[in-house]
Design a protein. Structure first.
Length: 276
């Protein structure tokens, strides 16, 4: 995890007080140390992190980094022989069942593994909690593993399609339990609706339009200005919906490096933050 990404995660965790985090894939444990540090600054909590058994032998490994940073007491580490999905099944079996404030996907990168993990993990995520998908645009054809025999055995389509993006677009963004969809760089975010914001097909359409607009605003300053000044018209421009469908919605500038939860006032006006 880069320093820039770590700062984004720090904002997400500390602003929303996401004290209980599940991380799927940790490699050497750099991201784990950053996340645990943010949890510590929240006043305490727990990071649960899972990777393959092979990660135990990495140099440095996760235990070494956590010991050096003094964060071992905040982290529970699981090593699995084949897949993190087996451990997720065990979490579902537990009574009481674990509930997480943030679930971070950074492993496998396949439709099968990440897609199934999402369907399971959504049951472990509390209302108002966040999911983050790393390597949103990852393809095996352009990865450092592109010449490995196990990659070359993949069908052509599976090598060239960004499979994490397919999970996010076809599963997460079509799930009425989620809102606040954002893509920032190679990360994709989604928030599970809080109890005071019930989901519907109509609400999901609007959230998808907001996500498209925020993504375009990152690279188009003129559109960003229109989005802030004439929100309904700008959202209609990136969707098939009429401007009147967005009259209850406004966007405001945010200095945060991570997405924020929407806010709804007594008049029913829904406010989204447009991140820097």
């Amino acid at each position: 995890m880069s320093l820039e990404a770590a700062e984004m995660f720090y904002d997400l965790i500390t602003v929303h007080e996401l004290r209980h985090v599940l991380e799927l894939g940790f490699m050497h444990g750099v991201s784990s140390a950053y996340i645990a540090g943010a949890i510590q600054d929240c006043g305490g909590g727990r990071l649960t992190t899972i990777d393959l058994e092979t990660a135990r032998g990495r140099e440095p490994n996760i235990f070494s980094l956590l010991d050096q940073s003094g964060l071992s007491g905040l982290v529970e580490v699981f090593f699995e022989p084949r897949s993190f999905n087996w451990r997720l099944m065990k979490f579902l079996e537990e009574k009481p069942r674990r509930q997480f404030d943030l679930i971070y996907f950074d492993a496998a990168h396949t439709w099968v593994d990440t897609g199934f993990a999402f369907l399971v993990a959504r049951r472990l995520l509390r209302p108002g909690g966040w999911m983050v998908f790393d390597d949103y645009r990852h393809t095996y054809r352009t990865s450092r593993n592109n010449a490995k025999p196990w990659v070359l055995r993949m069908p052509e389509e599976e090598q060239v399609v960004a499979q994490v993006e397919r999970v996010y677009s076809l599963l997460t963004m079509e799930d009425e339990e989620f809102d606040t969809f954002r893509v920032k760089g190679n990360f994709a975010f989604a928030r599970k609706r809080s109890l005071n914001m019930p989901g519907s097909a109509d609400a999901l359409q609007i959230e998808v339009a907001v996500q498209r607009a925020c993504l375009r605003a990152q690279s188009d300053p003129s559109f960003r200005h229109r989005l802030l000044q004439a929100t309904s018209d700008a959202l209609a421009e990136v969707s098939d919906l009429e401007p009147r469908r967005f009259h209850h919605l406004r966007l405001i500038e945010s200095t945060l490096r991570s997405p924020s939860a929407p806010d709804i006032n007594e008049a029913g006006i829904l406010t989204h933050a447009l991140e820097a």
